[in-house]
Design a protein around this ligand. Structure first.
Ligand code: 9MR
Length: 371
């Protein structure tokens, strides 16, 4: 069916609560054909949720989440600054609701994240002694990972511990504890959440130098007998510049070490930017040139986005024996962090669903992918 016709017919079906439409055939079928169903025997299909979404405050998003995805990651509410805002004072009010949403809807729940240099509560930044930092780390992991054992199925234990050249990032953890903090974190997480998968997660680790750093971390863990089950390539890439070869080489290289590979924060930037990755401290100034499509993404770019997503999923399918999950970083374009980073207040279009939670061409291509 012609895509334009589908776009006209489809919103009506969507609003009356249809699951997903298979539009490659002449007929439209409305049940059990979500992305999660299409890729069921390949890998999990996940999305990142903001707090309105897991609290059911957004009916359109809610319907989409349930129809399309079988795994969820909290975009922010399990980060240290939120769950432990002050030393020893834990606040699980939002994370409990996130986990309840996942349990109620039988979704594979990801914990994001235990040890990360960013979004730390201010008291951690102020720690200057080894012992105090060690104590923070072990208490934080025991309390947070321990609380959700059996419910959260996989934890990003350590997030973004590497520099672009593959060396260890000079975070407060590295400075005070040395690189063994990574091994300690995984060992502590294995005790707190014994039946939970444990992950290392980072952006740009498909790039050769940073990939070597990730390989070094996996080997460091394995040499110390610390369990690591999978590595997450975040997947914050740019339309027209997706590094397919690097991605494939990384999937193969990580899998060769005996860990699964996941794409954990997938989105494709369509706006101008002069660097890649997801280092939240990097910023650029807004201007009309930096926000070229405030009303609508041109069809030609929408098509390019769709083609890149399709090519990526073809690659993921080729390596489905090595890949356990593909998670998008957000449900729909209006929810994406890329509307505010690295430039505040842009209109970005990086996901499969538009601002009205309607499917874009990219969605249909993934739904109807040829095998
Ligand atoms: O999507 C998250 C955004 O809402 C936050 O403001 C931001 C702050 O650090 O973190 C975003 O998520 C990040 C994720 O936790 C780790 N990898 C990079 C993601 C995008 O910045």
């Amino acid at each position: 069916m012609n895509l334009k016709i589908v776009h006209i017919v489809f919103p009506f079906l969507w609003i009356i609560g249809a699951g997903v439409v298979n539009c490659s055939a002449q007929k439209l079928s409305v049940k059990g054909n979500g992305l999660k169903d299409i890729y069921k025997s390949d890998f999990l299909i996940g999305t990142a949720l903001n707090s309105d979404q897991f609290q059911g405050k957004n009916a359109l998003a809610d319907r989409l989440i349930k129809a399309q995805f079988n795994s969820i990651t909290p975009e922010n509410v399990l980060k240290a600054e939120i769950v432990q805002p002050a030393w020893g004072r834990f606040d699980f009010s939002l994370s409990d609701r996130f986990v309840d949403y996942g349990v109620r809807n039988k979704l594979f729940i990801i914990g994001h994240t235990l040890i990360w240099h960013s979004q730390l509560p201010p008291f951690v930044e102020a720690i200057t002694s080894k012992d105090s930092l060690r104590q923070f780390m072990s208490q934080h992991i025991a309390k947070v990972a321990g609380r959700y054992t059996g419910k959260i199925k996989g934890w990003d234990v350590v997030n973004e511990a590497l520099n672009e050249d593959g060396t260890y990032r000079n975070s407060v953890f590295l400075k005070l504890l040395g690189k063994d903090y990574i091994t300690d974190a995984f060992k502590q997480a294995a005790v707190a959440a014994p039946h939970t998968e444990l992950y290392y997660n980072d952006y740009n680790i498909e790039q050769p130098r940073k990939r070597e750093g990730a390989i070094a971390i996996i080997k460091q863990l394995q040499a110390a007998d610390a369990r690591i089950d999978a590595v997450g390539i975040q997947g914050h890439w740019h339309v027209g510049k997706v590094p397919y070869r690097d991605i494939e080489e990384s999937i193969v290289a990580f899998a060769a070490l005996g860990v699964k590979v996941m794409i954990t924060e997938l989105d494709l930037e369509v706006l101008p930017r002069n660097f890649s990755g997801a280092d939240v401290s990097q910023r650029m100034v807004n201007s009309p040139e930096m926000n070229p499509f405030p009303k609508k993404l041109p069809d030609s770019l929408q098509r390019k986005l769709a083609i890149d997503y399709e090519q990526l999923f073809n690659l993921f399918l080729k390596h489905k024996d090595k890949i356990s999950r593909v998670t998008f970083w957000g449900v729909a374009d209006g929810d994406s962090w890329l509307n505010d980073w690295p430039v505040k207040g842009r209109t970005n279009y990086p996901l499969l669903f538009d601002r009205n939670y309607k499917p874009k061409e990219a969605f249909y291509r993934l739904l109807n992918i040829k095998r």
